[in-house]
Design a protein around this ligand. Structure first.
Ligand SMILES: [Zn+2]
Ligand SMILES: [Zn+2]
Length: 135
């Protein structure tokens, strides 16, 4: 798989704090300008998917019905989990899910996609890539 390296010096590389163990996880976060919504994390790992086809659906309105419609079409992740509304990235320290998403319907239009160091980003537009945070 293609690997994309992001420097720690970049504005959009930072630390995501785990709400269970308070551990810090290096991650890249997309800017609001890149409009990476909606995106969905895997139920089993920190991989994330963002599809332009879904964006067209939620452009006008984000509703529970649309969420259910999109959720039904979300694929399985190579890890065996499935991209699922409400799933969050997993902490590299305690391995629990970081609670990033309070309201999955509201989150449909959150443009700030978080890709943890080592996680893969999937799309309907281009091949998947793995993110690595480097110096
Ligand atoms: Zn943790
Ligand atoms: Zn997965």
């Amino acid at each position: 798989m293609k690997i994309v390296e992001y420097s720690r010096q970049l504005q959009w590389v930072g630390h995501l704090r785990c709400n269970h163990c308070q551990g810090l996880n290096e991650a890249w976060r997309s800017s609001g300008m890149s409009e990476c919504f909606p995106h969905f994390f895997c139920s089993g790992c920190s991989n994330v998917i963002h599809r332009d086809a879904d964006k067209e659906l939620v452009w006008e309105a984000a509703t529970p019905e649309l969420l259910a419609q999109i959720a039904a079409t979300l694929p399985y992740c190579p890890c065996g989990g499935r991209f699922t509304p409400g799933a969050g990235p997993k902490c590299g320290h305690c391995h629990q899910q970081i609670d990033l998403i309070n309201d999955p319907v509201e989150y449909l239009r959150n443009p700030h996609m978080v890709v943890m160091d080592g996680a893969c980003a999937f799309s309907d537009q281009r091949p998947p890539y793995q993110v690595r945070i480097v110096d």
